[in-house]
Design a protein around this ligand. Structure first.
Ligand code: ADP
Ligand code: GN1
Ligand code: MG
Length: 369
């Protein structure tokens, strides 16, 4: 516990935990929040929690964000109980502070929350068994159905225009223009690649404006390490990282999972020859997502699955490059060119998707009926 700051322990102490804090260490591989595994002990019994310092630079309205999470998890909890599931494991459970609040703000202005730790389950950074990816697809498909009757107007937009790719492009252009730390010159090839695809970026929003593409309650950050797989049953147990739950498009929930999980390389792989779209993983996820969504998706949404996958990779690549050009102020990094490496894998994946477009469409055709 030596290298965990006093500030972290003080924050942990603000919550109504069982027992005494025994250990606290950094945990997980998220890019946004600071996450800790907290172990407490009482009468020889251990209690596990997840403590998080919420990134308030990224999320400007923490109160609104925490209200979203409370509302959505309470809603899911009721559904899980109705279905005779285990509400302590199948959704996130917030632990209140000693004052009964959902989060705690410390004297330096940092925001903290605590969840029950979901034990005997794992978050993968890479698909190890294709069956797991099928389970992930099924769970994210079901998630949309479960939330289909959630009152959308109760949700705060925690990051406005989160998957508004054209708006992200405008920011990207402005950042290149300013080039505050002089990195733009070395990334001309990546800039050109993204600019060449600008026209494609507005399709989803324009279809929505025409009333053809529905806005749904979506997760918006459906990468593999935001879902827990049960150690014993091998089934997807719990969808986590609910910070970006807000109205969005099903094709982007589908697509973001493909972007991360169907890539044959890690998101930050330096050797781009390892990056490709695995069509077999693409297929198994598609099967799972469509089964999970139980016929609730419109024809146009299914047809746009390849587009959703490509846009999520392109947008994410553009966001990593934007952050690289701004001096790495958004995503956590652990090496100098981390964001640039991440950008390059995403763009290589986009290029591979373009090569495999017909194959993707054929696979979707196979499962759409
Ligand atoms: P970030 O926004 O930084 O990605 P996450 O909420 O995804 O933060 O948490 C980071 C990691 O912490 C997850 O990928 C997962 O490994 C772990 N984690 C988060 N919540 C829980 C939980 N309730 N139980 C077990 N592990 C968790
Ligand atoms: C971030 O929080 P995390 O690590 O699950 C990001 C996503 C990106 C992803 C790229 C709030 O997700 O949008 O797709 O990194 N989350 C936010 O790995 O910006
Ligand atoms: Mg996460």
């Amino acid at each position: 516990m030596d290298n965990i700051k006093e500030q972290t322990l003080k924050a942990a102490d603000a919550f109504a935990l069982k027992g005494q804090i025994k250990s606290c260490r950094s945990y997980g591989s998220g890019h946004i929040n600071h996450t800790f595994l907290l172990i407490c002990e009482e009468n020889g019994q251990e209690y596990f929690y997840i403590l998080q310092q919420i990134n308030h630079i990224v999320f400007k309205d923490i109160e609104g964000l925490m209200k979203n999470i409370k509302r959505v998890t309470s809603f899911l909890r009721n559904k899980i109980i109705e279905n005779h599931g285990n509400p302590d494991r199948e959704t996130l459970n917030l632990i209140p502070t000693k004052n009964g609040e959902n989060y705690y703000q410390d004297s330096q202005g940092y925001f903290w929350r605590v969840y029950l730790f979901i034990s005997h389950a794992i978050c993968y950074n890479k698909v190890e068994k294709p069956e797991d990816f099928y389970q992930v697809g099924k769970a994210f498909g079901e998630f949309q159905c479960l939330l289909a009757d959630f009152p959308t107007d109760e949700l705060v937009e925690t990051i406005p225009h989160f998957h508004n790719t054209p708006a992200r492009f405008v920011t990207f252009q402005n950042v290149i223009e300013k080039d505050i730390i002089g990195r733009a010159n070395e990334v001309q090839e990546e800039i050109r690649f993204i600019r060449e695809r600008e026209k494609e970026m507005s399709l989803a929003l324009s279809l929505q404006k025409q009333g053809k593409l529905p806005l749904r309650v979506s997760h918006n950050d459906t990468k593999l390490n935001n879902i827990m797989i049960d150690d014993i049953t091998g089934q997807a147990l719990c969808i986590i990282d609910l910070d970006t739950i807000m109205p969005g498009f099903s094709i982007f929930d589908y697509g973001d999972s493909i972007r991360f999980g169907a890539n044959t390389a890690a998101e930050d792989e330096k050797d781009l020859s390892k990056v490709s779209l695995s069509l077999s993983l693409f297929e198994i996820y598609t099967k799972g997502f469509l089964e999970g969504s139980q016929g609730s998706l419109k024809e146009i949404e299914i047809k746009l699955f390849p587009y959703g996958a490509k846009m999520m990779a392109l947008e994410c690549g553009m966001r990593f490059l934007t952050d690289y050009l701004e001096g790495d102020i958004y995503f956590h990094i652990s090496r100098g060119e981390h964001n640039l490496d991440r950008c390059r894998t995403q763009l290589a994946l986009v290029a591979d998707m373009e090569r495999k477009w017909t194959d993707m469409e054929t696979i979707i055709q196979k499962y759409r009926n």
